[in-house]
Ligand binder design. Structure first.
Ligand code: GLN
Length: 482
């Protein structure tokens, strides 16, 4: 076995036993990156001397912590001190932050080595990583296919063994959907669980950072490191973060799993439904109770999301004006012209579409019809989940209605692109946690994802179910041949 194939917990065991060093692991990953990155294009920036990114204060913990010396990749919308953070946009292509995001800081304190910054849809707007100014990332399982998005670079890097684990961000599915398409594990924690200080804002009432890993154990380990209250993020919640690895018991006896009828829709790829139903039977055999439930407002989720997310994006992206940081146009005649040209040249078409939609839904006369209405529907969607969680511990659905589509297939059809998030978006609207774990392959060998959702701050129930399922299968051990 090659060292780059190891999970966090395997690599950590090997290091503790003195059989390998963090340097060996790094060498192996660098070798792997030099072999496959040209084809996959998972990274925007690969650090030449990643060892230097370790926190000077991490040396002491280095002895014990399970993340010590582990090379991790970070999505390029989280700030890294002295390392450019582009959001895969021309607007920030030369932006070098002078501070670390809280999650990056926490990783460093745990002894993690930041290996590089991963590609994404521009400003995290997209489901395929094709809107990146840096060029598309390819799915390691089939280089003609998209890796999903917007954290497509992180998911592809994990799947292609170009890092041991990665961080992504999820506003409407951007961790879970690429994890599903790349055959890896991805979790969006509860809104407020993980600090977003230093995460470049897209839609602030929805954005959340989370792990993308090779298995559920690694997901729990990474979540342990990044969760917890942060006074620098007013939306981070003051609840104690448990040890998430304590949920990895392998037991699901007595757990009630809800299956929402609205998530098994016409037009869905039959292999996806089969794989999810098979997973449910397996959990039932292990002693879980399966129960059909209804989330009646599911049909409104996409419309609601594209009103709220664009409204928030139009406001958040107003800061890119060519004055304070980022791209500035060369030849402007006056200040107004400078603003207009900077924004016209610095943003790509999808970002402009979102800004225009968002400005429209917030404008006088339309605010009540769109924005306020969407807020009300958002509450109904959240209430659906509250209702379901009165009788269920977790809910299980497919992560995405199809497996990875072809590069170019949906990029000129925004509505089709938006529909690929139909199963992930409600989780963000409700603020609850959700995970995607590998649950099989379709007839062309592309991975399928199983989504497990839980109550607010009950990531443990999700991890418990996900781990018990993983123990019974070996989908997570399959790797693409590159
Ligand atoms: N695909 C969705 C969008 O384009 C979600 C993106 C995300 O979660 N960042 O908005």
């Amino acid at each position: 076995m090659n060292l780059y194939e190891l999970t966090i917990h395997e690599a950590s065991d090997e290091m503790r036993r003195g059989r390998i060093t963090s340097g060996d692991l790094m060498e192996s990953l660098k070798q792997r990156i030099s072999e496959v990155e040209e084809r996959v294009h998972a990274y925007v920036t690969i650090l030449d001397r990643p060892e230097e990114t370790k926190s000077p204060s991490s040396d002491r913990q280095e002895e014990q912590g399970p993340l010590s010396g582990i090379p991790v990749a970070v999505k390029d919308n989280m700030t890294t001190r002295g390392i450019r953070t582009t959001c895969s946009s021309k607007m920030l292509s030369n932006f070098i932050p002078h501070y670390d995001a809280t999650v990056v800081d926490r990783l460093r304190q745990n002894g993690v080595v930041i290996l590089g910054k991963t590609n994404m849809d521009e400003f995290a707007m997209g489901s395929s990583t094709e809107t990146s100014y840096m060029g598309a990332t390819r799915n390691p399982w089939n280089l003609e296919r998209i890796p999903g998005g917007s954290s497509g670079g992180s998911a592809a890097a994990v799947a292609a063994d170009e890092c041991i684990a990665a961080l992504g961000s999820d506003t409407g599915g951007s961790i879970r959907q690429p994890a599903a398409h790349c055959g890896v594990v991805g979790m969006k924690p509860t809104y407020g669980r993980v600090s977003r200080y230093g995460l470049v804002a897209f839609a602030s009432s929805l954005d959340q950072i989370g792990p993308i890993t090779k298995d559920v154990t690694d997901c729990a380990l990474l979540l342990n490191a990044i969760s917890g209250h942060d006074p620098r993020d007013s939306t981070s919640v003051k609840v104690p973060a448990p040890d998430f690895t304590s949920a990895l018991t392998g037991e699901v006896r007595g757990l009630t799993i809800g299956v929402p009828a609205e998530y098994f829709v016409e037009g869905m790829q039959p292999e996806v439904e089969d794989a999810v139903r098979t997973a449910l039977s397996l959990l039932e055999e292990r002693g879980a109770v399966i129960k059909e439930v209804s989330l009646p407002h599911t049909g409104y989720a996409i419309a609601t999301y594209y009103i709220l997310a664009t409204a928030e994006a139009s406001s958040n992206l107003a800061r890119y004006d060519g004055v304070k940081y980022g791209y500035r146009t060369e030849n402007a005649s006056d200040l107004m012209d400078m603003y207009m040209q900077t924004r016209a040249q610095g943003f790509g078409p999808e970002v402009k579409r979102r800004i225009m939609l968002g400005t429209y839904v917030l404008s006088a006369g339309y605010y009540d019809a769109y924005y306020r209405k969407a807020q009300q529907v958002r509450t109904l969607i959240k209430n659906d989940f509250d209702q379901a969680f009165q009788t269920c511990d977790v809910l299980i659905t497919p992560t995405s209605p199809t497996t990875a589509f072809r590069i170019g297939e949906k990029i000129n059809d925004p509505l089709q692109m938006y529909l690929s998030d139909i199963f992930t978006i409600s989780v963000n609207l409700a603020g609850i946690p959700g995970i995607s774990v590998p649950c099989g392959f379709d007839n062309s060998g592309l991975p399928i994802g199983l989504q497990i959702m839980g109550r607010h701050f009950n990531e443990k129930a999700i991890l418990r179910s996900a781990y018990a399922y993983e123990q019974q299968t070996d989908w997570h051990r399959k790797r693409p041949v590159l």
